[in-house]
Design a protein around this ligand. Structure first.
Ligand code: ATP
Ligand code: MG
Length: 564
């Protein structure tokens, strides 16, 4: 790569920012912000916006503020603020002392509204919500001016002050910008700036009876913080003319610039707080941190690492138009990351007993196993081998087809890190189900290779039954059965598309004894099965493990197919 190519901006937003910096706009400074509304947990869609804002600031030597957009007292809670801060720190982003709250600007925003009234650019409207809606017009028809639009500046100032003082009922009056009821841009048809809301705010308490609307608060907060590039998702495109109108009307010298990018949509997932909330409140999941949830806390509990999530956000690129990313792409990120990070262990999900007839009773052979073939610095451990073992039920077939390279009557396979074994007998229960396999082992194959050069086709994972730890294993599948549960046709409910098999609990899996010291949050590869993470539900006497992702790499296959 030449230096020219190396410095080529990797997406359209970075191009715009680079151009602005090169042109010396705003003194060549770059200041971004991430503005969450504290009304729910952050999800992977937010992570895309977070990564974008923080990375751009870092790449251009600028700053990124964390600003809580807390203008909606009813829906917002202090706990969400704390949870969001915790999630952001976990993701690995640092705003230093640049933590702000829109509510800290309430006084300044109020003064700006007063200035607009004084410039005759805002008025108090007494219309009811229905009247306002009726006078709004449509895409094809212009709206109708409010009968209150021509109030004097003095009357507007008086009424607005009394709105603030709490003299009027909720819904009885609003403050509107005076722009153009005939504008082709609907957001410019005298948009509401303030509404009366007699609600308790988590930071300002009962100090305010009026609260600013997003459209008024957001851009002005950007201006107060001297944000240069205000990056937001695509649904705000139609609000940009209004964003610019307020900034112009208030004559800010340092004008922030709004730029929109495509929202992240993920297949088989919903990414709207409203819908996620329904999943939680309807007990369709166990909470905001249920490992099936696309929230950062859900992903964390599932075993996702911050590195994997950041790689995902950077890797999917940035488009102007909405698109849907395959869930398999996210799984690819965590597989790549855990491949180098996670120690390997052996665990049997559905145990089938194996007795090694020629292995002496009561004896134990400690065998050496590699902790991670991708990273020799992770060292080795020993795993105990004894006369009675468990293998995976799926790894045995009584009447195996040709391509089944695992165990069957009379067949020889390798036990990982241990010996070749041959199945000599099959024991069945009264119902005909296989309950036990009788096998012999070849002591000369210790470590996994035959000195005579004889080969076996299959290598199985196993655990020694007397040493094994019993564990609860939770297997997860996508929460929804359809590709786009968040974008169904009219009349269809996303809750009807829930996958009834999204959680499977295995009560008595058997894990190798080294797992005894595993702490909640630690991740492992269970050989041949996938990546797993110890769940906080684990106690001193009981291990609970979540499957993060299987080893099957659907994404790699998909990518290969697409290439072809
Ligand atoms: P939701 O629709 O889930 O309620 P929101 O947009 O209301 O999300 P905010 O807390 O207001 O949630 O979002 C904070 C920031 O994150 C905004 O700048 C928003 O544009 C961005 N954001 C939210 N969802 C996504 C997404 N799916 N993809 C990219 N950015 C997103
Ligand atoms: Mg929002």
């Amino acid at each position: 790569m030449s230096t020219d190519e190396a410095s080529e901006p990797k997406d359209f937003i970075r191009s715009i920012v680079a151009d602005d910096v090169r042109a010396g706009k705003r003194g060549g400074l770059v200041a971004t912000r991430f503005p969450p509304e504290p009304n729910g947990a952050l999800h992977i869609g937010h992570a895309k916006a977070i990564a974008l804002n923080f990375s751009i600031a870092a790449e251009f030597g600028g700053t990124c503020n964390l600003r809580f957009d807390d203008t909606n007292p009813g829906a917002e809670e202090k706990e969400h603020v704390e949870a969001i801060i915790e999630d952001l720190k976990w993701l690995g982003y640092d705003w230093a002392d640049r933590l702000f709250f829109t509510s800290d600007y309430f006084e300044q925003l109020y003064a700006m509204a007063v200035r607009l009234i004084e410039k005759d650019l805002a008025f108090v409207d007494d219309q009811s919500a229905e009247e306002m809606r009726a006078n709004q017009g449509s895409l094809t028809d212009p709206g109708t001016n409010s009968v209150w639009r021509d109030r004097s500046v003095a009357e507007n100032l008086d009424l607005f002050a009394r709105m603030r003082a709490g003299e009027f009922d909720e819904g009885s009056r609003v403050l509107r910008a005076k722009i153009d009821m005939a504008s082709a841009v609907l957001t410019l048809r005298d948009p509401i700036m303030y509404r009366i809301q007699k609600a308790h705010h988590h930071r300002t308490g009962d100090a305010w009876s009026i609260y600013p609307m997003y459209d008024f608060a957001h851009g002005q907060s950007d201006a107060i913080e001297e944000i240069t590039h205000s990056l937001c998702s695509i649904e705000f495109v139609g609000h940009r003319p209004l964003y610019d109108w307020f900034v112009e009307a208030l004559e800010f010298e340092k004008k922030p610039r709004q730029i929109e990018f495509a929202r992240l949509n993920l297949s088989h997932t919903v990414l709207s707080k409203r819908q996620l909330k329904k999943l939680v409140e309807g007990n369709h999941v166990r909470g905001w941190d249920d490992p099936r949830m696309p929230t950062l806390r859900g992903l964390r509990r599932r075993g996702y690492t911050p590195e994997a999530i950041r790689e995902f956000c950077e890797g999917i690129g940035l488009a102007k138009r909405d698109n849907t990313i395959e869930l398999a792409r996210l799984e690819y990120s965590i597989r790549q990351d855990l491949n180098v990070r996670a120690p390997r262990v052996m665990g049997v999900l559905r145990p089938l007993k194996v007795v090694i007839e020629n292995f002496p009773e009561g004896e134990v052979d400690e065998l050496e196993a590699v902790n991670n073939p991708e990273d020799s610095s992770m060292g080795v451990r020993t795993v105990p081998f004894s006369r009675e073992l468990y293998i995976e039920r799926d790894d045995f077939m009584e009447d195996p087809p040709k391509k089944f390279f695992r165990l069957g009557p009379g067949r020889e396979v390798r036990l990982r890190y241990a010996f070749f074994i041959t199945c000599v007998d099959v024991i069945k229960g009264a119902d005909g189900e296989v309950t036990e396999l009788r096998c012999t082992y070849d002591p000369a194959t210790r470590g996994g290779d035959a000195p005579d050069g004889r080969k076996v086709k299959g290598t199985l994972h196993w655990v020694s039954s007397e040493h094994a730890l019993s564990a609860e294993v939770r297997l997860y599948e996508p929460l929804f059965t359809v590709e786009q549960p968040g974008a169904l046709e009219e009349g269809k409910d996303f809750l009807d598309c829930l996958n009834s098999e999204s959680l499977e609990v295995i009560e008595n899996a058997m894990l190798e004894p080294s797992m005894a010291s595993a702490k909640p949050g630690s991740t492992f590869q269970f050989e041949r099965l996938g990546y797993f993470c110890v769940d906080p539900d684990s106690g001193s006497d009981r291990l609970v493990v979540n499957r993060t992702v299987t080893l099957r790499d659907a994404w790699a296959k998909l990518a290969k197919k697409e290439k072809r």
